[in-house]
Design a protein around this ligand. Structure first.
Ligand code: SF4
Length: 251
């Protein structure tokens, strides 16, 4: 099994946060009426996307009836509809909607993950839960690191959670720590350059892009429009070296 797939399997079996374990399973038992025929995933939701991704999208945590139901990040709720619709529009996804883990959707050069892998009550993990989950993101960054060039971080929580994970995975944080803003752009250099013993190769700098979260509150109010999201994704994809691609023209 490749290391990232192995990591995903290990994440899906994690039970480190008692409150979140109880919540994700409770939601899976009670269900929402519209999904009563579903067998909820009700486990930690691993990242989604290829192991050679040079761009990472980092959210907050799975939604109770979205990722916690379907088992794929941002899948099965309106936030995901906005995100995958934009990824498709800029040529990073094979289709405009993500419905279930077996819908055949693929991503091109981009992986979607979050700093907390279990659905939290009211979409609010505690600081302790965020910190407990951090090693999973650190390991994901280490595995993606040799190719990773850019990351889009959705919302202030994701930003605050992602920065220490990048630091723990070997990137240097500027001081003072960069603040979250929509449109924020900051490049993290490696804390130590690759050694000669390593052939002088290894992970390089990563540029982070701040973007308002694709939450319903932001998208319904127009705080984040599809064009704003696509602009950030296009810029980050360009930084990540992913060539432009028109999925609809190629269909
Ligand atoms: S939030 Fe993260 S650390 Fe906590 S149980 Fe879920 S996967 Fe494990």
């Amino acid at each position: 099994m490749d290391p990232l797939a192995e990591l995903d399997t290990r994440i899906a079996g994690c039970t480190a946060c008692p409150r979140l374990v109880a919540w994700r399973e409770e939601v899976g038992r009670v269900k929402r009426a519209a999904y009563r025929d579903w067998t909820y995933w009700a486990r930690p939701v691993p990242g989604f996307g290829p192991a050679d991704a040079s761009l990472l999208v980092i959210g907050l945590a799975p939604a109770a009836h979205g990722g916690n139901r379907t088992g794929r990040m941002f899948t099965g709720d309106r936030s995901g509809d906005v995100l995958y619709g934009a990824l498709y529009e800029v040529g990073l996804a094979s289709g405009p909607v993500s419905v279930s883990v077996d819908d055949g959707l693929t991503l091109r050069g981009v992986r979607v993950t979050s700093p907390v892998h279990c659905a939290p009550p009211e979409n609010k993990p505690t600081p302790g839960e965020r910190d407990t989950c951090r090693p999973w993101l650190v390991r994901e960054l280490e595995l993606l690191g040799p190719r990773l060039r850019a990351a889009v971080v959705l919302g202030a929580f994701g930003w605050q959670a992602a920065l220490p994970a990048f630091a723990a995975a070997g990137w240097r944080l500027p001081r003072p720590r960069p603040a979250f803003a929509h449109g924020a752009r900051v490049t993290l250099e490696r804390a130590a350059p690759p050694t000669e013993a390593a052939g002088g190769s290894g992970p390089g700098p990563v540029t982070l892009y701040g973007c308002f979260h694709v939450s319903q509150r932001n998208t319904f109010t127009g705080r984040l429009t599809p064009d704003m999201l696509k602009d950030v994704l296009r810029a980050a994809a360009g930084e990540a070296g992913i060539p432009p691609y028109d999925a609809r023209a190629a269909a």
